[in-house]
Ligand binder design. Structure first.
Ligand SMILES: Cc1cc2nc3c(=O)[nH]c(=O)nc-3n(C[C@H](O)[C@H](O)[C@H](O)COP(=O)(O)OP(=O)(O)OC[C@H]3O[C@@H](n4cnc5c(N)ncnc54)[C@H](O)[C@@H]3O)c2cc1C
Ligand code: FES
Length: 296
């Protein structure tokens, strides 16, 4: 899957009816919206820029977790005033979105062992990649992804004991995300909070267990995809370097316009021509890990 669309021409503004608004522990919320146009163009890693109400000059960026049958799902955590205002919105009301925005993850079906690592509110793009794999790639029996999700807030789903054995994973680490389990996508959970069935440690520790269990030819098929807090992404980038693996990361920078016009979200990345300033909203949010963390 490659990203070769003209980004500016694919941005849409859509008034989206709220179909479901689920309030979960840890101030986390799932919004299901009717968004036929945005949904049709969304790809894993795309985000929407949300109008949280007329009192807010700036929209807020939130990743798309799923895009199915004309609807999109978002998982967001209440942080400040914008996301707090969102939590009050009810079924039947509508929310104005701009999207889908950003350069998405690029899946390479020949890299048949993708490792997806999502942390906190960085989990949604990993679920979107897993959904894409489930729907369009996994029919190839050689294609075997593994997903690791980490959270220090309660997971935004009820973990279920997995029916799938995964080489290298410590005994007792059996908790999994039911949706991924339904899709037959092996996955495990990590947290420092001691939740039952989860790995008591970092996502990267769990990843290391799995990577160490692979034969050299399997390791050569691994590509890492990740989204989460900056320190986690840096640790994932270091892991990728240690195992000599390609790695794409999605950044969650502060944004203003969200559509490439204000340079409010620029980060320095390494390119073949040397250091360059890139806008996370439209040049990203997905970048090669090496370009964002050159010293990892
Ligand atoms: C590409 C992208 C995808 C994201 N996806 C998700 C997601 O799926 N779920 C989720 O819960 N959060 C996500 N975030 C973070 C989310 O945008 C912020 O938590 C939210 O903007 C905070 O707004 P606020 O008004 O509640 O907080 P405030 O702190 O009051 O926000 C004030 C300003 O700071 C900006 N801001 C604050 N924190 C962040 C942050 N961490 N990242 C970027 N801008 C920030 C806001 O946009 C706003 O302009 C994403 C961010 C980006 C850039
Ligand atoms: S937020 Fe304005 S250019 Fe990215």
């Amino acid at each position: 899957m490659s990203y070769n669309q003209n980004k500016r021409n694919t941005l849409l503004q859509e008034e989206c009816a709220i179909l479901e608004h689920i309030h979960l522990a840890g101030d986390q919320h799932i919004l299901k919206l009717s968004a036929p146009e945005i949904s049709a163009k969304a790809l894993p890693g795309s985000f929407v820029h949300i109008d949280c109400g007329e009192q807010f000059t700036l929209r807020r960026p939130i990743s798309i977790m799923r895009a199915v049958n004309g609807n999109i799902e978002l998982l967001y955590k209440k942080l400040g005033s914008g996301t707090a205002a969102l939590t009050t919105r009810e079924i039947g009301e509508s929310i104005n979105l701009i999207g889908p925005i950003g350069k998405p993850f690029e899946l390479h079906p020949k890299k048949s062992r993708p490792l997806l690592i999502g942390g906190g509110v960085g989990m949604p793009p990993m679920v979107f990649i897993a959904d894409t794999i489930h729907n369009s790639i996994q029919s190839s029996s050689e294609y075997r992804p593994f997903v690791i999700l980490g959270s220090e807030a309660p997971f935004p789903f009820t973990a279920t004991p997995s029916q799938m054995m995964i080489p290298g994973i410590p005994d007792g680490v059996i908790g999994s995300m039911p949706l991924l389990e339904d899709w037959k996508i092996p996955n495990r959970l990590a947290s420092l909070q001691g939740y039952a069935g989860t790995h008591n440690g970092y996502v990267t520790d769990l990843a290391r267990h799995w990577l160490d269990s692979l034969e050299d030819e399997e390791l050569a098929q691994v590509e890492i995809f990740s989204c989460g807090p900056h320190p986690m992404l840096e640790a994932v980038a270091k892991l990728a370097t240690e195992y000599n693996l390609p790695c794409q990361v999605s950044l969650e920078e502060f944004m203003a316009c969200g559509v490439g016009g204000c340079a409010g979200c620029v980060v320095q990345v390494e390119t073949a021509e040397g250091p360059a300033m890139k806008r996370v909203c439209v040049d990203g949010p997905v970048f090669e890990a090496k370009s964002v963390f050159p010293n990892s």
